[in-house]
Design a protein around this ligand. Structure first.
Ligand code: 5RP
Length: 263
């Protein structure tokens, strides 16, 4: 691994773990609930994230360039929720990622979907380009509408991503998740998925890191919470301090009580 690539990966990591805040949903979902005004959503959360995953459009319009948070730039897209989701292309060049001072680029792969081959080619081309410039690639194992999120499927997708040269893989938590991690020779992060009750989302994060995930790349379970700042602090407590879901819920409760006192 080149020095530059290793350095960029290390920027994303604090104490060997990662809390990546995902706010890239609009690239195929449009104005997702909670992200209608990206600047308003993201700004208060920045102090508590280790890195921020988003598209160049939201980065350029909605994030102050003076902030120091490492950026993971979503560079695949070209589809919408109205069409076949796997039909993605690479939307943003590595040169643009470097101009934007990104610490990594992110691309989705759709294993088992209609455009599996094209999405794996997108990943491979980005890895080739990334090696040239020292830019790590985060592969996102997107789940096609028909795919079961079980360890067999997610293990297959994560392993293929690692074999093609991804530096990091983002996937979903599932039963027997440790098997997914064991079969993937690069660090694994989990997405939160659809909004869950806070305790369930914290339990998901706890289970994932207990079973070997390096951290979370979480979006909706943070920014759709009634208390997004409290929720990201609670997620940090799980990922960085090894707190259980119940302990982290007290972090969230404390944040809520402090907010109420200020009212
Ligand atoms: C979409 C993504 C999102 O960033 C990902 O789904 C993470 O967000 P959430 O925790 O809301 O699932 O990569 O393809």
């Amino acid at each position: 691994m080149s020095w530059g690539l290793s350095n960029r990966v290390s920027r994303l990591t604090k104490d060997g773990r990662m809390v990546m805040l995902a706010v890239d949903h609009g690239y195929f979902q449009g104005p997702t609930t909670g992200l209608e005004n990206p600047r308003a959503t993201v700004t208060p959360l920045l102090p508590y994230a280790d890195s921020l995953m988003l598209t160049r459009g939201v980065l350029r319009t909605s994030v102050d360039p003076s902030q120091k948070l490492p950026i993971v730039l979503r560079v695949s897209g070209g589809t919408s929720i109205l069409k076949e989701l796997s039909d993605e292309v690479v939307t943003t060049s590595i040169e643009e990622a470097i101009r934007l001072n990104a610490s990594a680029v992110a691309v989705s792969i759709f294993v088992g979907s209609e455009h599996e081959k094209e999405t794996l080619a997108n990943l491979s081309e980005l890895v080739n380009e990334g090696e040239r410039y020292g830019m790590p690639v985060l592969a996102v194992t997107a789940v096609g509408r028909e795919m079961a999120r079980d360890a067999r499927y997610l293990g297959l997708a994560c392993r293929i991503a690692a074999e093609l040269g991804a530096s990091l893989v983002k996937t979903y938590y599932c039963e027997d998740f440790h098997k997914v991690v064991e079969g993937c020779p690069v660090p694994v992060l989990i997405a939160g998925g659809k909004k869950l009750p806070e305790k369930d989302a914290l339990q998901l994060a706890f289970n994932a890191v207990s079973e070997g995930a390096v951290g979370v790349d979480m979006g909706r379970n943070i920014f759709q919470s009634s208390n997004p700042v409290g929720m990201i602090k609670a997620v940090r407590a799980v990922v960085h301090e090894g707190k259980t879901a119940d302990e982290a819920l007290r972090v969230l409760g404390g944040e809520q009580a402090a907010k109420a006192r200020l009212r």
